[in-house]
Design a binder for this molecule. Structure first.
Ligand code: HAX
Length: 426
């Protein structure tokens, strides 16, 4: 008989705890990283100081989830990815069906969430709306209730998983509701009993299915954005807040607040904006020369070119490549997609010539917007909400594992500039 995710984790967690105890006992004093003054001033880039088992990002390969390069996973369902992130294996067909059923059973959005959202200013950013909704839903937290009743540390992961199911079961419905409220698209659409998570999100947004293409695009989008190891702003913030035993509603809402920054998740809204600006300036899909001129204009005015560069990656992001391949298959003649594709030919050369960015290649945000735009989501300030629905899987799987392994409260040591000067003799 198929096992539930909780049963699977219940079998796995004792082994993980044992492994961690052995590593700490045998290698606890082994050095794995050093920190330079530049790293201390520079966002701790490259400092190895935390554990994340759900995925790794290799500078020359990109995202690898549990040993599988993201390109191998691009045709999977997001629900399979969540299971993989947590357990290290893909679910069987029966396990997947059971998990999807469970997720739907957690799918009711409390009515007060819609009231909170409707009370927000009409000009609120959709990310502020999503983060507020998730935070407001803290009222539902199983973790908080169990903690208040008094639970053993070894049980922390169980209500964390329960909260994760509640967040994942509802976040796509909330996100779709925000879209329809904010952009006056009509009544909020109720979740379906039949469709999978990704397809249902597309349906609740009110997008025409276009023979299932829209559903396929949404599944791909949700798979590609699901996780990006533990040190990025949203994952790291969620981890830090969760490490204080704040429940998943607090932690995920906090992580999403980080995702709302233009150097992180908001880059996708900035990115399509930049592409549309070039199109507006040149009256349609611009030529390579026109894109080159506009890229220099952007750089010379002291701005970054959104969608390019990365703190870790040093090659074209495979997630960009996956979006680009989808675009070439289904919307090759779309002028916005054509422009994105042309920007890809031109901008890396411009950034290389400028010589500042360590990575001149596109990241995930450079490619996703053209697809969303094509399938009818024209309000690009909404794009980070789509990213958030997906990234909730990564943040939540990391949270559950950290509670299972009893990861300590985050507390790195900061030093003062005076201390740095005293160490360097200046
Ligand atoms: N355009 C212009 N300049 C860029 C650049 C770009 N796309 N990418 C990097 N640079 C510049 C940096 O601003 C920095 O300049 P200063 O020395 O004047 O400060 C210099 O090149 C070195 O930066 P880096 O070491 O290559 O990059 P960082 O690790 O500091 O930053 C960023 C990584 C992703 C924030 C950066 O590449 C950037 O701002 N890119 C554009 C915004 C973007 O696409 N963000 C999304 C990233 C993916 C993500 O997290 N999505 O959620």
């Amino acid at each position: 008989m198929a096992k539930t995710l909780k049963e699977k984790l219940g079998e796995l967690i004792p082994r993980l705890r044992e492994e961690r105890a052995t590593i700490l006992k045998d290698f606890g004093e082994t050095q794995i990283s050093q920190v330079s003054v530049a790293q201390a001033f520079g966002g701790m880039r490259g400092v190895k100081g935390m554990i994340c088992d759900t995925s790794v990002v290799e500078p020359d390969k990109g995202l690898i989830i549990r040993g599988r390069p993201i390109m191998e996973l691009k045709d999977r369902l997001p629900e399979e990815i969540f299971w993989l992130l947590l357990t290290g294996n893909l679910p069987s067909a029966d396990e997947l069906a059971l998990f999807q059923k469970e997720l739907k059973a957690h799918g009711e959005v409390p009515n007060y969430i819609w009231k909170v959202l409707k009370a927000m200013p009409k000009t609120s950013h959709p990310m502020a709306m999503l983060d507020t909704a998730i935070l407001s839903m803290e009222n539902e937290s199983a973790f908080r209730k169990r903690y208040d009743e008094g639970m053993a540390k070894t049980e922390y992961w169980e209500p964390t998983l329960e909260d994760a199911m509640t967040i994942l079961g509802t976040i796509h419905t909330i996100a779709a509701g925000i879209y329809r409220l904010k952009y006056k698209k009509g009544d909020i659409i109720e979740p379906s009993k039949k469709l999978d998570w990704g397809a249902d999100y597309a349906r609740m947004l009110g997008l025409p299915p276009k023979k299932g293409e829209t559903y396929a695009m949404m599944r791909l989008y949700l798979v590609l954005h699901s996780d990006h190891e533990g040190g990025n702003v949203s994952a790291n913030t969620c981890h830090t807040v969760g490490s204080a035993l704040s429940d998943p509603f607090y932690a995920v809402s906090a992580g999403l607040n980080g995702l709302a920054g233009p150097l992180h998740g908001l880059a996708n809204q900035e990115c399509l904006n930049w592409v549309l600006q070039t199109m507006e300036k040149f009256g349609g899909a611009p030529s390579e020369k026109q894109i080159e001129d506009y890229a220099w204009e952007t750089l010379n005015s002291g701005k970054v070119i959104p969608g390019y560069g990365h703190a870790v990656l040093r090659v074209t992001d495979p997630r960009f490549a996956a979006f680009n391949a989808f675009g070439k298959k289904y919307l090759a003649k779309d002028p916005v997609f054509l422009t994105v594709d042309r920007v890809f030919t031109v901008v890396p050369k411009v950034l290389e010539k400028q010589g500042k960015a360590k990575n001149p290649w596109p990241n995930v945000d450079a490619g996703s917007g053209a697809l969303l735009y094509h399938y009818g989501i024209k309000e690009f300030e909404y794009y980070t909400v789509l990213f958030s629905v997906s990234r909730a899987m990564g943040m939540l799987s990391q949270l559950v594992l950290n509670r299972a392994l009893g990861t300590a409260i985050t507390r790195p040591k900061s030093v003062s500039t005076e201390w740095i000067k005293s160490q360097t003799g200046k």
